[in-house]
Design a protein around this ligand. Structure first.
Ligand SMILES: CC(C)(COP(=O)(O)OP(=O)(O)OC[C@H]1O[C@@H](n2cnc3c(N)ncnc32)[C@H](O)[C@@H]1OP(=O)(O)O)[C@@H](O)C(=O)NCCC(=O)NCCS
Length: 141
């Protein structure tokens, strides 16, 4: 059984750790400001993963709690990877009562398809219908 404690209470999050990971180590948000990270956390359903009281994992879902969700900013800090913690977070996401019955649940990943496929995520059924405005380097000045 996993020893990862998962909380959706934003007040328990280690915001400096999340900010440090996203702004310095992530492959998608390098350069993001602390203010933008805080605003994103404030307006998302956040999942923090803790071992012995220390935060080691994070993910958040941007959602209307009714029809749509988008999973973003999933990470496990390097020393704690390979222990099933990302799968624990995903299990908590999929089990969350406010995320049941969504018509569409999306995420983007560079290489972790095998993780998310275990939870029913698959390439878009109709990719030709999906459009985006995407600025991947927006935080890099
Ligand atoms: C991706 C990440 C969250 C995985 O965390 P983790 O705790 O090491 O993952 P887990 O131990 O729960 O195992 C993940 C499972 O998915 C599989 N998997 C597929 N692609 C993977 C990938 N790119 N990275 C890690 N696991 C991957 C693993 O093989 C494992 O499968 P298993 O069921 O056979 O054990 C972690 O490596 C990380 O933080 N990476 C940097 C940030 C990142 O890339 N985030 C994802 C953005 S979409």
């Amino acid at each position: 059984m996993s020893n990862l404690q998962i909380s959706t209470d934003r007040s328990e999050l280690d915001v400096p750790l999340i900010y440090r990971f996203l702004s310095e180590q992530s492959t998608w948000a390098v350069g993001i400001s602390r203010a933008v990270v805080e605003r994103a956390i404030e307006n998302s359903l956040c999942f923090g993963g803790f071992v012995d009281g220390r935060q080691v994992a994070f993910a958040r879902v941007v959602t209307d709690f009714a029809t749509f969700g988008n999973l973003v900013d999933m990470f496990v800090i390097p020393e704690y990877r390979g222990r099933g913690y990302a799968k624990d977070i995903m299990r908590a996401v999929m089990a969350h009562p406010s995320l049941k019955g969504l018509r569409r649940f999306t995420l983007a990943t560079g290489d972790a398809h095998g993780l998310y496929e275990q939870f029913g995520f698959a390439p878009p059924q109709r990719p030709d219908t999906l459009l985006e405005r995407y600025f991947p380097h927006i935080y890099v000045s």
